[in-house]
Design a protein. Structure first.
Length: 277
């Protein structure tokens, strides 16, 4: 607007100084547009989701910007994924930078993150240049974990082998006191009782043996499949966090109990894709 007013004034007044100012501004606008377009050249955007993405829950995605230029840096670059924006102030030549961006994916199952929008405000936010880049990233979205009061009981419906039995251990609550038999750690000796009985007494501690649990999807209570899948997701994460091996079964499949990280991801992926084939 200022450039147009200066141009109009220069034409009407014939003032050389105003002509010079208008020309300088026009030249600056042209250079700004060229630099903004150049700033978007030779860059690569990639998106890395975390291992666990849950329906409707905020998740941190890693956005990576690679500057493939040999000499000049990238300035003031904005990357938009969905409705969220992350800013990269400076990326040196041949270098890459990663930043976290919080996004929410709705609906379980396989989802495709197809594109991201890149915007350049360089050099002075006069022009905003934008570019849509392909990222084509497949993400498996797990059902949203949903606690259920019916599943907080010691023997909730839908669980097989849910009771932990107790045995002698080295950590936990004191279950009883017994005579010292040799070999027990000194920290387990109950010195006050030993002095009272004139012989060594040791504390027997309880330790939960991690009894395998199989979750029966068909027997889990819930108003419809999606709610039962959410309950199962909650149980899988809660039980594995406590160290219990967890399996999964339904009329169509059965997965034996396990407790590894890969086993957990397999169970969650099974729940995410259940009934979508």
């Amino acid at each position: 607007m200022i450039t147009l007013l200066l141009g109009f004034a220069a034409v009407n007044t014939g003032n050389n100084l105003i002509y010079l100012m208008a020309s300088a501004l026009l030249g600056f606008m042209a250079i700004s547009g060229i630099l903004g377009k150049w700033n978007l050249s030779k860059i690569r955007i990639s998106c890395t989701p975390p291992e666990e993405v849950y329906d409707g829950l905020p998740t941190l995605f890693s956005i990576n910007l690679k500057n493939n230029r040999r000499w000049l840096p990238v300035f003031l670059m904005e990357v938009t994924l969905g409705e969220q924006v992350v800013l990269f102030p400076l990326v040196d030549p041949g270098q890459s930078r990663s930043k976290s961006l919080e996004a929410v994916l709705n609906g379980r199952g396989q989802q495709l993150l197809a594109t991201a929008t890149v915007r350049s405000r360089f050099p002075i936010n006069f022009f905003i240049r934008s570019l849509v880049v392909q990222i084509d990233r497949q993400v498996t979205v797990f059902p949203r974990p949903l606690p259920c009061s019916d599943l907080q009981q010691p023997d909730p419906g839908g669980l097989r082998g849910a009771h932990a039995h107790w045995m002698k251990g080295q950590e936990g609550d004191v279950s009883h006191i017994s005579d010292y038999r040799g070999g027990e750690p000194l920290k387990l000796i109950h010195w006050k009782l030993s002095a009272r009985h004139d012989r060594l007494k040791v504390k027997e501690l309880s330790a939960a043996s991690h009894t395998p649990v199989t979750i029966d999807l068909d027997a889990i209570p819930g108003a419809g499949l999606e709610q039962r899948l959410s309950y199962c997701t909650y149980l899988v994460t809660r039980l594995l966090r406590s160290g219990r091996p967890v399996g999964l079964k339904s009329a169509a499949m059965e997965i034996p109990p396990g407790a590894t990280r890969q086993h957990k991801l397999m169970l969650l992926k099974t729940l995410a894709l259940y009934g979508t084939d």
